[in-house]
Design a protein around this ligand. Sequence first.
Ligand SMILES: CC(C)(COP(=O)(O)OP(=O)(O)OC[C@H]1O[C@@H](n2cnc3c(N)ncnc32)[C@H](O)[C@@H]1OP(=O)(O)O)[C@@H](O)C(=O)NCCC(=O)NCCS
Length: 329
Amino acid sequence: MKRPIAMIAGTGRAVPKRTMSNDEFAAIGIETNDEWIRERTGIRLRHVAGEGETLTSLGAEAARVAMQAAGVTAGEIDSIVMATVSPDHLLPSAAVEVQAAIGASRAAAFDVDAACTGWIYGVTVAEGLLATGSAETVLVIGGELLTRIVNWKDRNTCVLFGDGVGAAVLRRATKGRGVLASYLRSDGTLAQLLWRPAGGGVKPASQETIDDGSFFVQMQGREVFKHAVRSMADACDRALDQAKLSADAIDLVIPHQANIRIIEATAKHANVPMEKVYVNVDRYGNTSAGSIPIALDEAIRAGRITDGSTVLFVGFGAGFTWGSLVVKF
Ligand SMILES: CC(C)(COP(=O)(O)OP(=O)(O)OC[C@H]1O[C@@H](n2cnc3c(N)ncnc32)[C@H](O)[C@@H]1OP(=O)(O)O)[C@@H](O)C(=O)NCCC(=O)NCCS
């Protein structure tokens, strides 16, 4: 089927009110400092959900903003695809909770679990729904409350992550605008480099799993770093090849925001100067599935993406999963 099939008609984002600086970790007994975190990751701040802030409440807020930008009502949404690894409840899906919150009563709603690459996966699923005629209007939401599933005693992980949600409304492409290329990959043989060992069927949640930390996110940072750089480079090449575009034709790269050094390595590989790369990891940390759609909404509202812009999205995450999109706006 000939692309473009799906275009991004509107975007939104929502983040918790409270921000936490690197200096605040000392107060909760974490042996770290601002200089270490900034030099290794580029992160200065992250948002942390407080009382009453849930993935559902932030997801609904981001969705409402995206629907308003797209000029569609909740009743027009045919499908809600929600990318997350930190749902408010393990059953049912996060997507149905957002559906109820926004009153999208006609929609089919379900989650996509592809960690930090989740929103890119979600857009590709939405494209398929549009291609088959199963849907005309799809909400693709990506977001997390990662601060609820990290181990606040583990300095290797707790300094890296944050909370936030981004959303986009996808509709049938018009005037040649929309998704020009999509590339998705995964490698489950590497799952244990970034995972939650307990809490599922093999080792159900218990006091022991909380005490030994296996209930929370665990990561081998150095290994993850190497794979992230390699996979993001692969994903850039494949999407550009598929779209038959050279790096010069890209107006903006929106990479997953995990670490400034991974972002810089990706830009260098893709031969794109950093002026053409959107960076907000300093203000959000890694919000996993939220990272790319939050950055997209910021970039649009800041005027970094305008009519006619060609944008390369590239992500990598637990699984491992990785992928990319080229989208014309
Ligand atoms: C996590 C990461 C920042 C660590 O940086 P690094 O340069 O690889 O550092 P290392 O893991 O080698 O650790 C170096 C030392 O710093 C220590 N350290 C770890 N976290 C620390 C922290 N928050 N503050 C201070 N010291 C810390 C380690 O214990 C280690 O000490 P040791 O040498 O005495 O054992 C880096 O590996 C990374 O960004 N990896 C990718 C993570 C990621 O983005 N994951 C999500 C992908 S979607």
